[in-house]
Design a protein. Structure first.
Length: 184
């Protein structure tokens, strides 16, 4: 678990990184990679504008210290999400940031192991892969089967691919926090 101060530091890192990167292509210095900031774990950065998704990119497994992963995902969410055009500097005043720090992936044998609202899903079969974060099912009010169906769609698989034994399903949990909760 991250402390409130560590959460605030990471949210500031994301905002400062995006603002500076959009301005001049440079990155601000990282906080020291010690303690939890130095741990290797996956993370997603999600951007919302007026409550609507504006960008979301993540890495299921970290490639380095958490602070480096989060900085990379911040830039990618603002500039590389193929669903959206690149964030413009003038949009940043209207963007809310959310960070999801992920637990390690765990392959499941039975879909009943999935706890809606607690677990996210990574689904793979062949070259197809899709992931949905734990908060997605909660935000949309989905039950387990609907969550699995939508993960299939995200992966580009048939809606019932989760029933196929060749489909690999892994779950993870996430510590999710955002700027909106820090404004309260």
């Amino acid at each position: 678990m991250l402390t409130p101060q560590q959460r605030q530091t990471l949210l500031k890192l994301v905002r400062d990184t995006i603002v500076q990167y959009l301005k001049d292509g440079r990155r601000p210095p990282l906080p020291e990679a010690k303690g939890v900031f130095g741990e290797v774990c996956g993370a997603f950065v999600t951007l919302h504008k007026h409550g609507e998704l504006r960008g979301c990119i993540g890495n299921m497994v970290g490639q380095g210290p958490l602070v480096e992963t989060i900085q990379e995902m911040a830039i990618a969410a603002a500039t590389e999400d193929p669903r959206f055009h690149r964030v413009r500097p003038d949009e940043m005043k209207d963007i809310d940031i959310e960070i999801s720090v992920l637990s390690p992936l765990r392959r499941i044998k039975d879909v009943n192991e999935i706890e809606v609202g607690t677990h996210g899903i990574l689904m793979r079969r062949g070259l197809y892969q899709g992931v949905l974060l734990p908060q997605v099912a909660t935000e949309w009010g989905w039950d387990r089967e609907t969550f699995l169906t939508h993960t299939c769609l995200k992966a580009g698989l048939p809606t019932e691919a989760w029933k196929n034994p060749e489909t690999v399903i892994e779950i993870f949990s996430a510590e999710v926090f955002g700027e909106k909760e820090h404004e309260k």
